[in-house]
Ligand binder design. Structure first.
Ligand SMILES: NC(=O)C1=CN([C@@H]2O[C@H](COP(=O)(O)OP(=O)(O)OC[C@H]3O[C@@H](n4cnc5c(N)ncnc54)[C@H](O)[C@@H]3O)[C@@H](O)[C@H]2O)C=CC1
Ligand SMILES: O=C(O)C1=N[C@H](C(=O)O)C[C@H](O)C1
Length: 239
């Protein structure tokens, strides 16, 4: 397949390697500092774009691809307050938009485990739920997109939890507290804890490398290139 890479940082470069290993053709690379722009390409020559940039850039990049008739897989976090606008644009343009806060298979299984554990724990009021995420020091957003998806999974199951808050910012009642830690070189670690006065239950996902995210994004592009509409990991993995 012919792929346009949008964002050539840690993820974009890992994705390029995986695309080449899997026999795909990289038709272009767009980054902040390249002369190439999304507007130089159109849907006739590009099967799909893969976008990993930064919170302040994702909305414009995704809009530009959809306007150019280019299907798009995006994993950029921290911009989802404008997701509805993108979904409307995708429908208006008969495009394809595949978003995941985390493309790794392991994390998507962990999302399911998180919901199952929340379902099990919700009758037991002695346990309070909390979350911790650890990422590398270059990460621009907090909490991570993955932590927000995990919090949404808990909110979906509990009647008396309806929000999340970042620890260190204003505490909210009936909400999951998320602690965001930044340490050198950590690809991404997420822990959910149910704590009572007597004991603690903990589930944890540790990414050893970014390859799992990049491989997931390439597999998502392979799957999405012949589809239309709003696409997700749950659709693709049938979980
Ligand atoms: N959904 C997932 O599975 C994953 C999501 N991410 C997210 O992906 C994003 C990128 O992560 P990294 O590659 O680690 O960051 P990075 O900082 O290494 O790379 C970002 C790249 O985007 C470029 N960029 C910024 N604005 C741009 C624009 N307007 N047009 C084109 N390029 C632009 C930067 O110059 C940089 O090269 C972050 O939001 C991160 O949270 C990261 C890993 C996995
Ligand atoms: O910025 C990162 O690196 C990551 N971002 C995503 C997130 O915010 O959840 C996914 C992964 O954890 C790595």
């Amino acid at each position: 397949m012919n792929v346009l890479i949008v964002g050539y940082g840690k993820m974009g470069q890992t994705i390029e390697k995986i695309l080449i290993e899997r026999g795909h053709n990289v038709v272009g690379i767009v980054d902040r500092n390249t002369d190439t722009k999304i507007e130089d390409f159109d849907g006739d020559k590009v099967d799909i774009a893969i976008e990993f940039t930064q919170p302040s850039s994702a909305f414009n990049n995704i809009s530009s691809c959809l306007k150019q008739g280019i299907k798009i897989v995006s994993g950029t976090t921290g911009w989802l307050d404008r997701r509805d606008e993108i979904e409307k644009l995708c429908a208006d343009k008969n495009g394809a938009f595949f978003y995941a806060s985390n493309f790794s298979l392991g994390v998507n299984l962990f999302f399911q485990l998180n919901k199952q554990l929340a379902e099990l724990m919700k009758p037991f009021n002695d346990y309070g739920v909390s979350m911790e995420e650890i990422h590398h020091t270059e990460k621009l957003d907090e909490p991570s997109g993955t932590a927000i998806t995990l919090a949404e999974g808990i909110i979906e199951k509990y009647d008396n939890i309806n929000d999340w808050y970042l620890e260190g910012e204003e505490r909210k009642n009936e909400a999951v507290g998320i602690k965001a830690l930044r340490e050198p070189h950590v690809p991404g670690t997420h822990t959910i804890r149910y704590t009572s006065e007597l004991d603690e239950i903990e589930i944890k996902h540790t990414a050893h490398t970014r390859t799992s995210f990049a491989l997931g994004a390439v597999v998502a592009a392979e799957w999405a290139k012949d589809r239309q509409g709003i696409l997700s990991m749950d659709d693709m993995l049938k979980i």
